[in-house]
Ligand binder design. Structure first.
Ligand SMILES: [Zn+2]
Length: 385
């Protein structure tokens, strides 16, 4: 364990709470889950202040919170462990069972956050939605991530930024993953570069548009609503509406991973392009695509992601197929069988996955769960209200 002397905190856990007279969803906006990403906190402060100053009536509740208070103080991504990798079911259960007196820096944060989420789930007057605001070490336009249920898709498509599907499958223990598993809706908005003031504006726009998308505010009462939409539209001009992750490059400290200079999010890359280096040599692109979240900071376990467009046609087909309940028929496809123990899992041989392409399973609402004996096990995404 690292011994770190922490300075006195200047951030409060609660940035602000706005309680609407009319019942509605509880929207939890979190900023600074990574301590070097304070832009979301600035944005949440602005929205709360505006709502209070102008006494704008809200349906439901807005709860704005700061994530990793200690790391925010230091300006570090985290103090001891990444607070956005600790939300696996096993780790949350272990935390609940353990003595708070021996918590490390992030366990203390997680315990408090867990308490807030659970309280909202008990007391909310509608669905509980988390909007988790982040920024990246590289520049690039804003985008959003969510667990790909139809309900989440409908909301995400109203945010006006590209949606990245399948990223949550690549990374274990994110807050997004936990929220979805526990029946909340959750969205991550990556607002741009850490120290870019525009990231604060994009986050503010994302909060306003989420409030409208959830019906918590009528569109015409939103201050600067058209401004927000225009700003986000301008920043993402010419980009596809939906993309999916086709590759993740994991890194650990001993790799000596160095991304080559000059990449920004969504930049097109060509097969064989020299993207980065590590102790085993050059790292080249395996396929054409666009790069996402190239790593230009020391801490982090993802070197970069490669994403590619999902054509609107396929997005439409998958919405239609899911609305008709076709995913129920997937286990009847040749080469696909139900899991012996779990009704919501299917087992597919790798060969068959290659034949159908894994995207087909993803678009029908299954996520890759694990591999066993040359088979891939897909889990049906939990349906949230
Ligand atoms: Zn982050």
């Amino acid at each position: 364990m690292t011994a770190v002397t922490l300075p006195a905190r200047t951030h409060d856990r609660f940035i602000g709470k706005v309680h609407g007279d009319a019942p509605g969803p509880a929207l939890i906006v979190s900023g600074g889950i990574h301590g070097n990403e304070p832009a979301g906190i600035v944005a949440a402060r602005r929205v709360v202040a505006h709502l209070q100053e102008h006494a704008i009536p809200l349906r439901g509740d807005l709860i704005a919170i700061a994530g990793n208070l200690d790391a925010l103080e230091m300006g570090w991504r985290f103090v001891e462990t990444d607070l956005n990798r600790v939300w696996t079911t096993a780790r949350v259960e272990a935390l609940r069972a353990s003595d708070p007196a021996i918590d490390n820096a992030e366990q203390r944060q997680q315990r408090e956050l867990l308490g807030i989420f659970e309280e909202q789930q008990r007391t909310a007057r509608g669905e509980v939605v988390i909007l988790d605001l982040h920024t990246t070490s590289a520049g690039g336009p804003p985008f959003c991530l969510f667990s790909d249920t139809l309900a989440n898709r409908r909301i995400a498509m109203k945010l006006g930024v590209p949606a990245i599907l399948g990223l949550e499958e690549c990374i274990d223990g994110t807050l997004l993953d936990y929220s979805t598993k526990t029946g909340m809706h959750a969205f991550v908005v990556e607002g741009g570069k850490h120290d870019d003031e525009a990231s604060e504006d994009y986050h503010e726009a994302a909060i306003w548009l989420t409030l409208v998308a959830l019906g918590m505010l009528p569109p015409d009462t939103v201050p600067r609503a058209s401004d927000c939409r225009a700003r986000l539209a301008e920043s993402t001009k010419g980009l596809p509406r939906a993309l999916e992750v086709s590759y993740r490059h994991p890194v650990d400290e001993s790799d000596n991973f160095v991304m080559r200079r000059g990449y920004v999010g969504f930049q097109p890359i060509a097969r064989d392009e020299h993207l980065a280096d590590d102790r085993s040599g050059a790292i080249r692109a395996r396929e054409d695509g666009r790069i996402l979240m190239p790593l230009y900071q020391e801490l982090g376990s993802d070197g970069f992601f490669v994403i590619r467009e999902i054509r609107p046609f396929w997005l439409g087909v998958s919405t239609w197929a899911r609305t008709l309940g076709l995913p129920r028929l997937v286990p009847l496809l040749p080469g696909v069988r139900r899991h012996a123990d779990r009704a919501d899992w299917i087992v597919v041989s790798k060969q068959i996955v290659r034949f159908y392409r894994s995207e087909v399973f993803h678009l029908l609402g299954f996520r890759t769960h694990h591999e066993v004996d040359g088979n891939i096990v897909f889990a049906r995404r939990r349906r949230v209200r």
